[in-house]
Design a protein around this ligand. Structure first.
Ligand code: SF4
Ligand code: SF4
Length: 258
């Protein structure tokens, strides 16, 4: 079964994934509207790492949207394939709006360490990545192993321009330039501007992290290739299918065999 899972994940170009038991995060779920989508009797969480360490800088909101859209498409296609292969079980995917504490879950899956920056530190992409997850009521063997640890150099804490990181209380998203600027809260943006911080695209905690100093570029990763092709939709055979302006609604109406 693990072999079948790997086959399906790899066939959909999801190479960096791991599995942990749902019970390990069940009492740490994030209170959000999507909790109701978690399958009843959930057993396993599959975490997927999507790289962003490419020559293209994904700072523009349109580019970030495209990243998210392609990752969503990959997860949707994968879940469709998993539902066909394991047709007695449920598979639900989540991305930004996930009830799963994704960094913790990804670490439990053995995908990386939890940094003092609050970010996942992966061996292959450092913290230049984001996480998607699939929750299922299928029992899948866990993949978590000891991984490297954050070396607690504190560079991210000391150099955060907004004081959003601290040794005592960890990450405060209400102060984070990147988080607040992407949330569209203009009052918070104005506050941060007065603090002298650049509202758009703060990456300081990533740029200073030693884990990110010797990582390669993921330019050839199918995810990056699809995400940098603005007029295309990703397909499971590795090709790109021009779809024009595909909205969320239209996306969810795509036929099963798309
Ligand atoms: S993105 Fe910028 S503001 Fe947010 S925690 Fe990292 S360094 Fe601080
Ligand atoms: S900058 Fe240092 S303390 Fe912060 S996450 Fe990276 S290794 Fe850990």
């Amino acid at each position: 079964m693990t072999g079948m899972l790997s086959l399906i994940m790899n066939a959909n170009n999801l190479f960096d994934f791991g599995v942990c038991a749902f019970e390990k995060i069940a009492d740490k779920l994030i209170d959000c509207d999507n909790q109701h989508r978690i399958p009843p009797f959930a057993e396993s969480v599959i975490c997927v790492v999507f790289p962003t360490n490419a020559d293209v800088v994904f700072d523009d909101p349109g580019e970030v949207f495209r990243l998210r859209r392609v990752a969503s498409q990959m997860l949707e296609l994968t879940c469709t394939a998993l539902r066909k292969a394991f047709n007695e079980y449920k598979f639900e995917w989540f991305l930004d709006d996930s009830p799963v504490p994704d960094v913790m879950a990804a670490s439990l899956c053995g995908l990386g360490a939890i940094g003092d920056s609050g970010l996942l530190l992966t061996p292959q992409y450092g913290s230049f990545c984001f996480i998607g997850n699939i929750i299922t009521d299928l029992i899948i063997p866990e993949t978590g192993d000891e991984t490297s640890e954050c070396i607690h150099c504190k560079k991210c804490i000391k150099q955060c321009p907004a004081g959003a990181l601290s040794e005592q209380s960890g990450f405060d998203k209400a102060k984070c330039v990147k988080y607040v600027s992407s949330s569209g809260n203009s009052r918070s943006n104005a506050f941060l501007l007065r603090q002298g911080a650049a509202v758009k695209g703060c990456n300081t905690c990533r740029e200073v992290c030693p884990y990110n100093q010797n990582i390669g570029r993921a330019n050839d990763h199918p995810f990056i290739k699809a995400a940098t092709n603005p007029d295309s939709i990703y397909t499971s055979d590795g090709g790109y299918k021009p779809m024009g302006g595909l909205g969320q609604e239209k996306f969810h109406k795509l036929p099963d065999d798309f």
